[in-house]
Design a protein around this ligand. Structure first.
Ligand SMILES: *Cc1c(COP(=O)(O)O)cnc(C)c1O
Length: 466
């Protein structure tokens, strides 16, 4: 398997390079030169397999030739052994034909674990193979930070520096990061906002000598390996709901287009997926683009589903590349225009293809709270606000007469992770699972730094140099 950039002007790489590189040199994102195919008999076989076995089969063509099936299998098995549900990604029925795909049974209770638990192990394996090391630097407003820390802790060859805005993440989110006691994990509370943290990270990456000396790497969702890992639960869910004999549709809460993009990849590989429904909160750039054909940036407004409070959806570029017939040069021009004008009109054929494969809808904060409450009333179940965004859209925007296939709604966080919003909507405080129950009593490890690039650079040099 070889990987090409969506902007058509970067070296063609294999999986190991794409894994460590992140962003392509031309500013684009790496995608496979062609998608591997899953046959009808593959899908039939999968019905009898465990999650990690399906994952190994689905991912093997993406990682070859950097990594063999025999090299991949133990990493995958180990990654998903950290999940506390025996199905890894279990499926539960909410109403007739309506299912929740529970993506939150990993160590930090959000769907980020599904990709990052594997990514940390892939990093370690590839670095050992090369006799190399990397310094992962990231900024987080919540879920990504703890998932990346759990994925990278105690791994050989990796130092991880995670920035969060001091006093601006929830107590649970902070403690999930800072109570990890591992010599290669460095939590930094920046005296500033999340945007300040992101700007600092970008500035570190822009310092070329520093970047090369420290071998900076990234764990954000531009990394193709994350998308690949996420295709697996579309496959396992479709098979559980009747594939290959029967098609299924998915409704996915999204901001950065990472999760739902993986559904599109699974469909391109041959999984019988009918509709993919893009569900956004009031930060609705994706829904507006689908409705109007104009992709334009608005101000970000905080919501009860903060992991989707995003206005630039980086993975959408990968879909645009498919929709424009995989033409890198015109896409590069489009993305440059989008960056300067903060707006881009999609070509009519691109928009038509988008609408042919996807639906889109956004949920207001009132609708989200009402959905959390009504699910609790009808089924005595608590769902988190991100999940409720998708449930709202799946129910409200169902075709007249209902979905013609089963509809699988992605449940991306454990309700306790966003307990305040759940309490507000239902009057019930969701309980943290036993693995996190002692969180409030553990020691915290973090360094407070001012919003200053030189101070941060010195800190990273002192902590992470080899
Ligand atoms: C990150 C996240 C999302 C959004 O994921 P995308 O990559 O934008 O699709 C949704 N829900 C939760 C709980 C998340 O942590």
């Amino acid at each position: 398997m070889r990987y090409v950039s969506t902007r058509g002007d970067a070296p063609v790489l294999d999986f190991g390079d794409v894994l460590l590189e992140g962003l392509a040199a031309d500013g684009g994102l790496y995608v496979p030169r062609e998608f591997p195919a899953l046959s009808v008999s593959d899908l039939r076989d999968f019905a009898g397999l465990e999650y990690h076995e399906v994952a190994t089969r689905v991912l093997a063509p993406f990682v070859a030739p950097s990594l063999s099936v025999d090299g991949l299998a133990p990493l995958v098995q180990d990654a998903y052994a950290t999940f506390t549900h025996s199905d890894v990604v279990p499926l539960s029925a909410l109403a007739a034909g309506e299912h929740l795909v529970e993506l939150f049974w990993g160590p930090t209770l959000s769907f980020k674990d599904v990709a990052l638990q594997l990514l940390g192990r892939l990093f370690e394996h590839e670095l050992a193979r090369r006799g190399s090391f990397m310094t992962v630097v990231g900024a987080t407003s919540g879920d990504t930070g703890s998932a990346a820390i759990e994925a990278c802790r105690d791994r050989a060859g990796i130092e991880l520096v995670m920035l969060h805005p001091a006093g601006r993440v929830t107590e649970i989110q902070r403690r999930q990061m800072t109570t990890v006691d591992s010599p290669n994990i460095h939590n930094v509370a920046i005296d500033g906002t999340f945007d300040d943290c992101q700007d600092l990270v970008k500035a570190l990456f822009a310092d070329r000598p520093f970047r090369e000396r420290m071998r900076l790497g990234a764990v954000n969702s531009i990394n193709w390996a994350r998308v690949a890992a996420q295709t697996v639960y579309y496959v396992t869910t479709a098979v559980r709901l009747g594939a290959p004999e029967r098609a299924v549709s998915f409704c996915v809460p999204t901001g950065n287009f990472g999760n739902v993009l993986a559904g599109d990849v699974a469909r391109r590989m041959g999984v019988p997926i009918d509709r993919l429904v893009i569900a956004t909160n009031h930060n609705d750039i994706l829904t507006r683009t689908h409705r109007t054909g104009e992709m334009s940036i608005n101000e970000v407004r905080p919501s009860t589903s903060p992991a989707m409070d995003i206005q630039v959806s980086s993975n959408f570029e990968r879909l645009l590349f498919e929709l424009n017939g995989r033409r890198g040069a015109p896409l590069a021009a489009d993305m440059a225009r989008f960056r300067t004008e903060e707006s881009l009109a999609l070509a009519s054929e691109v928009l038509a293809r988008l609408r042919a494969g996807f639906d889109a809808g956004s949920a207001t904060e009132e609708e989200v709270a009402a959905t959390v409450a009504s699910v609790n009333e009808a089924s005595s179940r608590l769902v988190d606000p991100h999940t409720a965004v998708a449930l709202t859209v799946a129910r409200r925007d169902a075709p007249v007469g209902g979905w013609t296939t089963p509809i699988a709604v992605m449940s991306t966080a454990h309700p306790a992770k966003f307990g305040e919003a759940v309490l507000e909507a239902t009057g019930i405080e969701p309980e943290l699972p036993p693995t996190l129950a002692g969180l409030a009593d553990r020691d915290e490890h973090l360094t407070s730094l001012p919003n200053d690039l030189v101070t941060l650079r010195d800190f990273v040099t002192a902590r992470c140099s080899r």
